[in-house]
Design a protein around this ligand. Structure first.
Ligand SMILES: [Zn+2]
Length: 303
C-alpha cells in the first residue's frame, strides 16, 4: 500500500458515503492542487446488492472521478462498526501514514449506527494518532494476539478438548487480559528502531482540523462549501456504484432509480447552496468558533 501525504482525508463508514456527503468538496480541493484521500471503514459485505470485489472496483472508479490521490477500505465488519481500541488503532495508523492537515468525519448523530459510530471512532483515532508515546503497531499486535489467545482458549473449551477447571480458569484469565488491553491507557514507548526505520512515517501526527459532514442529518451547518462547479462530477462518482444505483429488479423497493436519486441529490445540494447564495453546496459543522481577521471580507450576504 502506498501512502502519499495528504492535505485532506475523508473518513466514512461505507463506500459511497463520501460521494454522498463531501465528494464535491474533495474534488474542489483536488482541483485546487490539494492531495485528498478517502478511508472507508468497511467493505460492504452486508449490502443487498453487489459483491465486495464489485464494490471495491466501483469505489476505485468513484475515487478516480473525484481525483482522490488515495483510497483504501479497512476490514471492519459492515453493519458492526464499533468504537473499540483495535479499530481506533487501525484508523490512527492510517492517520499517521497519510498525515492529513484536515480530516472530514461523518456528523456524530444519525439514523445508521455505523455513521455515528464512525464519527466518534474517527475523532478518538485523531486524538490517539497524536500521542507521542503510542506505538500503534505494537499496540495492535498486542491487542490482536490477546484476542487470538482468548479465541483459541474458548475454542478448545467449546470443543471439549480440555474441560478441566484449570483450562476454564486459563480462558478466564486470558479473557481478563484481553479486557485489560481493551481498556488500558497506553502501551510502551516506541522503540528507536520503529521511529528510524521503514516505519518513520508512523511518527505521531494529529490533524490540525476536524470538520463534520452533516448531509445525512437535519442540522444547521456552520459553513457550506460551494460545489456548483463540481456537482456533475460528484453525481457521476455516486453513479459509479452501478451495483447500488443502476435501474434493476433486485431490491427495487429500497433502491430508488437513477432519476429519483438525481432529483434528491439536486434538491439537497440546492437547499444548502441557498444558505450561501450559490447554486449547489455541501454542509459542514465545526466545533470551534470561526476566527476573522478582516470583517469586510466575510462571505455570504446578510440581507
Ligand atoms: Zn453509509
Amino acid at each position: 500500500m502506498e501512502f502519499p501525504a495528504l492535505d485532506v482525508l475523508a473518513i466514512a463508514a461505507h463506500r459511497d458515503d463520501v460521494e454522498q456527503t463531501c465528494g464535491g468538496t474533495l474534488l474542489k480541493m483536488a482541483e485546487a492542487g490539494r492531495r485528498t484521500g478517502i478511508l472507508d471503514l468497511t467493505r460492504g459485505e452486508m449490502g443487498t446488492r453487489g459483491s465486495m470485489d464489485e464494490r471495491a472496483a466501483e469505489a476505485a472508479e468513484a475515487a478516480k472521478i473525484l481525483r482522490a490521490s488515495w483510497r483504501e477500505a479497512l476490514d471492519i465488519p459492515d453493519g458492526r462498526v464499533e468504537n473499540n481500541w483495535e479499530n481506533r488503532l487501525k484508523v490512527a495508523r492510517v492517520i499517521r501514514q497519510s498525515r492529513p492537515r484536515v480530516v472530514i468525519l461523518p456528523y456524530w448523530k444519525g439514523r445508521h449506527p455505523d455513521h455515528y459510530t464512525a464519527s466518534k471512532l474517527g475523532y478518538e483515532a485523531c486524538f490517539l494518532a497524536g500521542l507521542a508515546k503510542l506505538d500503534v503497531d505494537e499496540a495492535l499486535s498486542t491487542q490482536q494476539s490477546a484476542f487470538s489467545q482468548v479465541a483459541s482458549a474458548v475454542a478448545s473449551v467449546v470443543a471439549g478438548e480440555k474441560q478441566s477447571r484449570p483450562s476454564a480458569a486459563k480462558a478466564a484469565r486470558l479473557a481478563k487480559a484481553a479486557g485489560t488491553a481493551e481498556g488500558r491507557a497506553l502501551p510502551g514507548v516506541a522503540t528507536e528502531e520503529s521511529r528510524d526505520g521503514a516505519d518513520a512515517r508512523l511518527a505521531p501526527h494529529r490533524p490540525f482540523k476536524i470538520i463534520y459532514a452533516t448531509l445525512y442529518y437535519d442540522i444547521r451547518p456552520t459553513f457550506v462549501v460551494d460545489i456548483t462547479d463540481q456537482f456533475e462530477a460528484r453525481f457521476e462518482s455516486l453513479m459509479a456504484y452501478k451495483t447500488q444505483f443502476s435501474d434493476q429488479e433486485a431490491g427495487k423497493d429500497i433502491f430508488p432509480v437513477r432519476a429519483e436519486i438525481r432529483a434528491r441529490i439536486d434538491a439537497m445540494a440546492r437547499f444548502y447552496g441557498m444558505f450561501a447564495g450559490v447554486t449547489y453546496a455541501e454542509p459542514f459543522l465545526q466545533k470551534e468558533v470561526g476566527l476573522v481577521e478582516d470583517v469586510t471580507a466575510i462571505p455570504v450576504k446578510s440581507i
